[in-house]
Design a protein. Structure first.
Length: 100
């Protein structure tokens, strides 16, 4: 029988939940996390993820992951299955290297 493992990670952040959400719900925030090695592309003019522009359960757009911000090395069909402003989101995106 396969073994199951659970991992829990936590961090102490010196900012309010509102301030953190303000950053993590943006493409520029995602790129700050990925950088400097990778950059994720998005549609022109889109930076902030807002409930009104998220087709929950459907592909939102194809994003290219660029090595050093230039060389395409992977794509991500960005799909949110849950999006709760101020609380979090659940992403189930398919990529070239993995189905989900």
């Amino acid at each position: 029988m396969p073994r199951s493992h659970t991992f829990t990670f936590s961090s102490v952040l010196h900012a309010s939940p509102e301030r953190i959400w303000e950053r993590v719900s943006t493409l520029s925030g995602v790129n700050a996390e990925l950088g400097p090695w990778l950059r994720m592309t998005g549609p022109r003019g889109l930076d902030r993820f807002e409930p009104a522009n998220i087709p929950v359960g459907q592909r939102m757009f194809r994003s290219w992951l660029l090595l050093l911000g230039v060389v395409p090395v992977e794509f991500d069909d960005l799909t949110f299955v849950r999006f709760e402003p101020g609380r979090g989101f659940l992403e189930r995106s398919s990529m070239a290297s993995q189905r989900v």
